[in-house]
Design a binder for this molecule. Sequence first.
Ligand code: GSH
Length: 206
Amino acid sequence: MLKLFYTPGTCSLASHIALEEAGVEYETRRIDFSKGEQTTPEYLAINPKGRVPALVTERGTLTETPAVLAYIAQSFPEARLAPLNEPFEFARLQSFLSYLCSTVHVAHAHARRAARWADDPAAHEAMKAKVPKNMTDCFALIEGSMFAGPFVMGEDYSIADPYLFTIAGWLEADGVDPSQFPKILDHRNRMGERPAVTRVLAVVQA
Ligand SMILES: N[C@@H](CCC(=O)N[C@@H](CS)C(=O)NCC(=O)O)C(=O)O
């Protein structure tokens, strides 16, 4: 059975919701960052990157949210979580996932994980100070030209939706007022009402 390693409040929420939306059986295992569980030898044996998510499959362990999401969509096509038979549309979807992973998530990480990029405490503060502006710029781009509506890619729900929902959930903590992005805020509210999302949040927030 699939097994997802997750931590509350992190990007693993996107994969967690996608599994729930797919309607498949899976197990979860919580990794507690406050206890440093992501760097224990036991967890590093599962994911040497020391990060979540990690999805253990019968073929091996997958990491990186876009890859995990695409694996879920392709493994359970009946859930219709991606335009699997349309190369251009699938590439558009991957483009969106990649932007969230490599640009937006990284912009967010400068608030709490600045020590990855510098040792100087003054540099940490300088990076943290840039987070509201960088996150605002990213979400202005998504709101203005990337988000099709009513779902990220248009009429059809896809794996991009739980990923956007997850990262949009960090805006307030990143010092960004989400009301300046009405489409994204409306999407976040609608996502929060989906049964799969409420089920996952009940587990994650327990
Ligand atoms: N590119 C990875 C990023 C994974 C990542 O950085 N996860 C964070 C939580 S959002 C983490 O595990 N951080 C633990 C740490 O930095 O010690 C992905 O998209 O899955």
